[in-house]
Design a protein around this ligand. Structure first.
Ligand code: NAG
Ligand code: NAG
Ligand code: NAG
Length: 346
């Protein structure tokens, strides 16, 4: 190896290390004014993300009095699918004005946009930061806007990468009394953290799901019944209290169904394996189980005097449902109540 290669490798290694250590992205508001000191980065607890905000605004004071507009922001952190004001990050703030309305995303905040007013020149009243928007679920048409003032104009939106959410906040606050013109909040930095993959972190369980019951007890001839064979992975309706869009939140921030398939296979195989409630061996599932769900129509015969129930092995893991190929058929004889159980692969 020539010596000339060494610096390249050295810097390559440094770059690699830097990427690993600082994989959390930091967003900054475009600098329109630059007054005041930066306060500490206030982080949401691990695996909690910004879901809402509340602005502290110094309302318009009239022509003769000093205005400072936006004085501080409180961001509310929660896990995906919940939105409470129990945990807040606030970094620094100036203490004029009062807190306005609490506003929440239908999901998770993935970016922001600050409204700023540039310098008004000597002897004029500056306000700097005025208002703030949060972009929810990486979708600019679902943003929420604060109840700040409207001096200045909106700066460029700053957005996290896919599969990330806002998770920390630092503010630049002008407290300077000596100028007689306090501007309050000037700039903000926000941190983006990776959202845990719902296919890797969910806890799998399974059960027998009744597919169909075909009652031929009173008949004298055999009958044919039909059901829809569903095999593979789908989204389940996942609700938590007061919040029903968990699936669409995950999908919009980048966790699409087809990217979840192999992770779910590994998760079920590792954590449920052969020891499942239904006795199904999740480690030996065929490839159509770990595919997006498909449906086909299937028919089966039921003898006279018999009631047949079909149950399918159904796995559940967070926002996902996995339908396996294993079916338990229970035939009950009307006359004797005798039951015969058979297992079929569909
Ligand atoms: C963004 O949100 C709007 C309004 O809720 C919705 O109609 C649209 O489908 C969303 N876009 C994406 C890419 O999810
Ligand atoms: C299987 O599951 C049962 C209860 O669900 C548990 O008590 C047992 O330890 C498990 N066995 C293995 C090998 O994981
Ligand atoms: C129930 O089924 C078993 C086995 O098929 C049979 O030996 C038994 O006689 C049946 N019982 C009745 C009440 O018919």
């Amino acid at each position: 190896m020539g010596n000339s290669l060494k610096p390249l490798i050295f810097f390559g290694t440094l770059y690699f290390l830097a990427c690993r250590v600082f994989s959390n992205l930091e967003l900054r508001s475009p600098v329109i004014t630059d007054w005041g000191d930066w306060h500490f980065m206030d982080d949401c607890p691990q695996d909690k993300f910004v879901v809402g905000m509340q602005l502290r605004t110094h309302n318009y004071q009239g022509f003769w009095t000093d205005d400072s507009a936006l004085n501080g922001v409180k961001f509310f952190c929660d896990q995906l699918g919940s939105r409470s004001d129990q945990i807040a990050v606030a970094s620094g703030q100036e203490n004029h004005g009062s807190f306005g309305t609490k506003k929440f995303c239908d999901g998770v905040a993935t970016g922001f946009q600050l409204r700023s007013e540039g310098s008004q020149g000597w002897a004029s009243d500056d306000t700097a930061g005025n208002n703030l928007r949060l972009i929810c679920n990486a979708n600019s048409s679902t943003q929420i806007e604060g109840d700040g003032l409207d001096f200045g104009s909106w700066t460029t939106p700053q957005e996290c990468n896919r599969k990330q959410g806002l998770c920390g906040y630092s503010s630049q606050i002008d407290h300077d009394l000596s100028s007689g013109d306090i501007t309050g909040l000037n700039n903000i930095k926000m941190k983006c953290c990776s959202i845990p993959d719902p296919a890797e972190t969910c806890e799998p369980e399974d059960k027998w799901d009744l597919l169909i019951e075909c009652d031929n007890i009173d008949a004298l001839t055999e009958t044919t019944c039909q059901y829809t064979r569903k095999v593979g992975i789908s989204h389940s309706a996942a609700y938590s209290e007061g919040y029903s869009h968990l699936v669409s939140t995950y999908v919009q921030v980048g966790f699409t169904l087809d990217q979840a398939l192999s992770a779910l296979g590994i998760n079920f195989g590792t954590n449920l394996g052969r020891n499942s409630t239904t006795g199904y061996d999740w480690t030996a599932s065929t490839s159509d189980v770990w595919s997006v769900e498909t449906t086909t129509s299937i028919s089966f015969n039921v003898p006279p005097g018999v009631r047949t129930q079909l149950f399918q092995t159904m796995g559940k893991c967070g926002i996902y449902t996995v339908r396996a190929t294993r079916v338990r058929r229970v035939d009950t004889e009307g006359a004797t109540n005798n039951q015969t159980v058979t297992f079929i692969d569909i």
